[in-house]
Design a protein around this ligand. Structure first.
Ligand SMILES: Cc1cc2nc3c(=O)[nH]c(=O)nc-3n(C[C@H](O)[C@H](O)[C@H](O)COP(=O)(O)OP(=O)(O)OC[C@H]3O[C@@H](n4cnc5c(N)ncnc54)[C@H](O)[C@@H]3O)c2cc1C
Ligand SMILES: NC(=O)c1ccc[n+]([C@@H]2O[C@H](COP(=O)([O-])OP(=O)(O)OC[C@H]3O[C@@H](n4cnc5c(N)ncnc54)[C@H](O)[C@@H]3O)[C@@H](O)[C@H]2O)c1
Length: 448
């Protein structure tokens, strides 16, 4: 049996980043990968979806035949997704000095992972096994040939009509993509609004945006059953009515991959995400760590990278604690949604005395120059401490300028200082100046 200082289970964003960091510092590290090295993000998720959103936008702006534009979009998507060839990722690991074991890893006993018939020993184990699409319990759904985002982002097919179950990030992004190429898209969201974890106005504005691009958005509607029809599928809605479509995309969230890893051998509960402390160590364990979607903490690529860096620092003997107060949440539609920290509603629920301000982006000079009419920024401050605790935005390039709020929240920059910052004219970031001046006025007036 070959022994390693660290064995990493899963070579997605978290596992790859961690292994590279550790190997470059001379740690003897092994990575076990049962899928593509690099994981979901480059090949199946973030990158192909952003490539499709880019092509969809271009097609909406430039026009032309849908089918031809879609074929070009697919070609671009597959190029961006490196044609699912992970050899460059595997080579980078090898160059850094990490050992790659292809296959499914499982803890066979404390200190040992088996990969097929091979056993490898670990002093520390890091679980980076990611997540998988959730299938809701709906009568008839299991028997249908439905898509998850993986299939939607692999297929060359442009359906005539598409029903999307769910109303989160995947649903909004892919609804916009398919609608741009002429597919009749219906989104069926069970919650009262799209993007249900954001402030209510965000989901309402997103529904307006998608509606204006031809997407039919049904919110607050549950699906009772699903069946195959001669032309595709049909969803039966609670309260009456059906949604027929050529294709069904299920996008109701993802579940962490904790099962079948042998973690019970170590006394780790595998129902739900792996609970980690601020150092990303699995609760109750001295030598088992976790990073990425499997922890259930803000499931984004940037979180997976961040947690991997926190684990690496701790394993290298530098005590590092994760701080999740300012992890951005972004949906890359056009215009995008970008939020960070607490929504006004969450801050109030947490008992924070809140001062908030909203600015319509149509009031910002850059929006006039670019003819953009839709957009808003809302800032939320803690009245007692005089610092920002949250920001929500929907508007042109909000995914880029949300960084200013992330820094302000993370560094606890006083609102006084933020309001005094000079921002370039004419940029969307000038919305911050207006919103911050509003908050400052209220703080000075002593209004909570
Ligand atoms: C359609 C879509 C679009 C997205 N877009 C964005 C975006 O724009 N921005 C963003 O920040 N996030 C986005 N995300 C989320 C992002 O993809 C994930 O948060 C990120 O990939 C998580 O990385 P990870 O390392 O935790 O998991 P993964 O990348 O899933 O890697 C886990 C790896 O572990 C492997 N594995 C599992 N079990 C075992 C085992 N027993 N042995 C060996 N290997 C194992 C799996 O095969 C997999 O390769 C998107 C997600 C989806 C679905
Ligand atoms: N831009 C990005 O960063 C990005 C893009 C896509 C996906 N992702 C990540 O991928 C993961 C999966 O995304 P997602 O959109 O599938 O999940 P999600 O959790 O973001 O949203 C799922 C939505 O489906 C709804 N829902 C749940 N059950 C339902 C049912 N039976 N019928 C109808 N609606 C139902 C919920 O109300 C929720 O709003 C998330 O963690 C997300 O953060 C991120």
């Amino acid at each position: 049996m070959e022994d390693f200082d660290v064995v990493v289970l899963g070579a997605g964003t978290a596992g790859e980043t961690l292994a590279l960091e550790l190997a470059s510092e001379g740690v003897r590290v092994a990575v076990v990968a049962d899928g593509l090295v690099g994981g979901e993000c480059p090949f199946l998720a973030c990158m192909p979806s952003k490539a499709m959103l880019h092509s969809a936008r271009r097609h909406r702006l430039c026009g032309g035949p849908d089918a031809e534009a879609f074929r070009e979009a697919i070609a671009w998507r597959d190029e961006v997704a490196e044609h699912r060839d992970d050899s460059a990722h595997a080579e980078e690991l090898a160059r850094a000095g990490a050992r790659l074991f292809r296959g499914r890893g499982k803890v066979s006993r404390p200190g040992v992972v088996e990969v097929g018939r091979l056993e490898i020993g670990w002093r520390d184990l890091v679980v980076c096994t990611g997540s998988r699409p959730r299938l809701p319990r709906i009568l008839g759904l299991e028997d249908l040939p439905c898509w998850t985002s993986d299939q939607a982002l692999s297929s060359p097919e442009l359906p005539g009509s598409l029903a999307i179950l769910g109303g989160g990030a995947v649903a909004c992004e892919l609804a916009q993509v398919y609608a741009a190429f002429g597919t009749e898209v219906t989104v069926v969201q069970r919650s009262p609004r799209l993007l249900s974890r954001e402030s209510p106005w965000v989901g309402e504005l997103m529904a307006e945006v998608l509606g204006s691009q031809g997407v039919r958005v049904l919110t607050g509607r549950s699906v009772l059953g699903a069946r195959t029809t001669s032309s595709g599928v049909a969803l039966e809605l609670e309260g009456g009515g059906e949604v027929p479509a050529d294709r069904l995309l299920v996008a109701v969230g993802r579940d962490p991959n904790t099962r079948g890893l042998g973690l019970e051998q170590l006394g780790i509960a595998t129902a739900g995400p792996l609970k980690v402390d601020a150092r990303c160590r699995v609760e109750g364990q001295a030598h088992v760590w976790a990073a990425g979607d499997v922890t259930g903490v803000a499931p984004y690529t940037h979180t997976a990278n961040y947690q991997a860096r926190v684990v690496a620092a701790n394993l290298l003997g530098r005590r590092a604690l994760a701080d999740y107060r300012a992890v951005p949440r972004t949906v890359y539609t056009h215009p995008p949604v970008a939020a960070v920290g607490l929504t006004r509603e969450r801050a109030e629920e947490a008992g924070v005395e809140v001062v908030s301000a909203r600015v319509e982006l149509s009031e910002v000079a850059r929006a006039s120059a670019e003819g953009e009419r839709i957009g808003r920024l809302e800032l939320v401050a803690d009245a007692a401490r005089g610092v920002l605790v949250g920001a929500s935005a929907l508007g042109p390039r909000a995914d880029e300028w949300i960084g200013e709020a992330a820094l302000a929240i993370r560094a606890e920059v006083p609102v006084e200082v933020l309001a005094d910052v000079v921002r370039p004219f004419p940029t969307y970031s000038e919305a911050y100046t207006e919103a911050l001046r509003g908050i400052l006025r209220e703080l000075r007036a002593g209004v909570g």
